[in-house]
Design a protein around this ligand. Sequence first.
Ligand code: FMN
Length: 345
Amino acid sequence: MIIKAEEKTLERLFQNHFIRNKKIKNRVAFPAMVCSKYREDGYVATENIEHYKQIAKGGVGLIIQEATCVSDIGRLSKTQLGIWDDGQINGLKQITNAVHSEGCAIVVQIHHAGVKSVDGVYDCPSNFIFNNPSTKTSVKGQEMSEERIKYVTQQFINAGKRAFEAGYDGIELHGAHAYLISQFLNTNVNKRTDRYGLQPELFAINILEGIRKETSEDFILGIRLGAFEPNLESSIKYAKNLEAHVNYLNISNGFYSLFQQSKPDDYPFEAHIYATEKIKQSVEIPVFAANNITSPQMAEDILVKTNADMVCIGRGILINNNWVNDAMAGRDTGRCLHCKMCERF
Ligand SMILES: Cc1cc2nc3c(=O)[nH]c(=O)nc-3n(C[C@H](O)[C@H](O)[C@H](O)COP(=O)(O)O)c2cc1C
């Protein structure tokens, strides 16, 4: 389908395509956005179901459900959604049913905060002082023993199994934004001398292999990776080493404050997009672009320039759930004013 907007065509944006064996109706994804502020037991509230139903109605091809914690002591906030208990499956099933009934695919982002946890347990690959820029506090990350790593690996695998039972089309491992997997990947944080230090992506690979065994061949396995973890060269290396284990890569921020971001001066988009283009050139699997994509035309231009397979529209869709339908109809999709209201959960 070819849609005209601002005198140009949005051809690639509205093409259907496949992730693993799942047909996705266009190239717009709603990325994981933690919005839940309803319950403290990790269970789904009716507001969560309604939230995702409305976003699916707005026309996106794929929803990546917000970071959903695999452990009740690894949460990023007290009201974070959870997938650590079988009792949570029923509520999650209501989200997948609501989204699928609108013709939209959905994966759930599974997550552990590690040293960024609000639960008083500061799991980290190495002893590490974490200065939290949001709360302006610092905590001491506790080096995980091999047994502890295996235990948390199993928590992720169990979460993947629950996601499969709840009807998700797949999972996305949260491997970015300074959370536990990002802590393993970033060699400024991970100073281990054992196999988890020598191969920083091993923790993620063990999780992915375990989930594949417990689910099906069709179940989508994705990972969100930092574009600079801590630099582009290491992120490209991780992308290549993870390629055999995942069905897509979603490129975002790494362990913030510890990354080295760069792009050529004349590159027309921001550094994450530049990194996405370079990563896409290094792998065969689908790659998603994200960060400050503020209009349908910009989304189309990024898809064309980088050859990325999907664009993530986060705050744009939060403020206008109907973003995709509006873009298809050539209507104004609105613009986030960066008021930060969405960050209060
Ligand atoms: C309120 C809020 C919550 C977020 N929650 C998550 C999350 O759960 N997982 C994640 O990977 N990224 C999360 N992000 C980052 C977004 O997925 C997205 O990458 C970021 O907002 C940039 O895209 P945008 O400019 O289109 O909004 C969050 C961002 C915001 C503003």
